[in-house]
Design a binder for this molecule. Structure first.
Ligand code: FES
Length: 107
């Protein structure tokens, strides 16, 4: 079972068990993790699921799509090289555990 570690902007870490096929956003919302809103439900139209992916995990993710790249330009907290929209990161056994940091604000 993949695990996601969510680190808040203040540095507090919370480890959550994820379900294969769910996204990092869905996993956060289902478990009441603060810092990820996911307003659009994962259809790439809100950018309120912005996260910073741990550098060690970045290379294992699917590349950013063109639409995700556009949406990342509209996040409340400016994007960084390791920024992703967490609704676009699907959990799988192959991907394994992930660590992401949530930004100071989403809206
Ligand atoms: S949840 Fe809206 S873009 Fe990710």
């Amino acid at each position: 079972m993949p695990k996601v570690t969510y680190v808040s902007d203040a540095g507090e870490a919370r480890v959550v068990d994820g379900l294969v096929g769910d996204s990092v956003m869905q996993t956060a919302v289902r478990n009441g993790v603060p810092g990820i809103t996911g307003e659009c439900g994962g259809v790439l139209s809100c950018a309120t699921c912005h996260v910073f992916v741990d550098e060690a995990d970045l290379d294992r993710l699917e590349p950013v799509s063109g639409l995700e790249d556009e949406m990342l330009d509209g996040t409340v907290v400016d994007r960084c090289p390791n920024s992703r929209l967490s609704c676009q990161i699907k959990l799988s056994d192959e991907l394994g555990d992930l660590r992401v940091t949530t930004p100071e604000a989403q809206e």
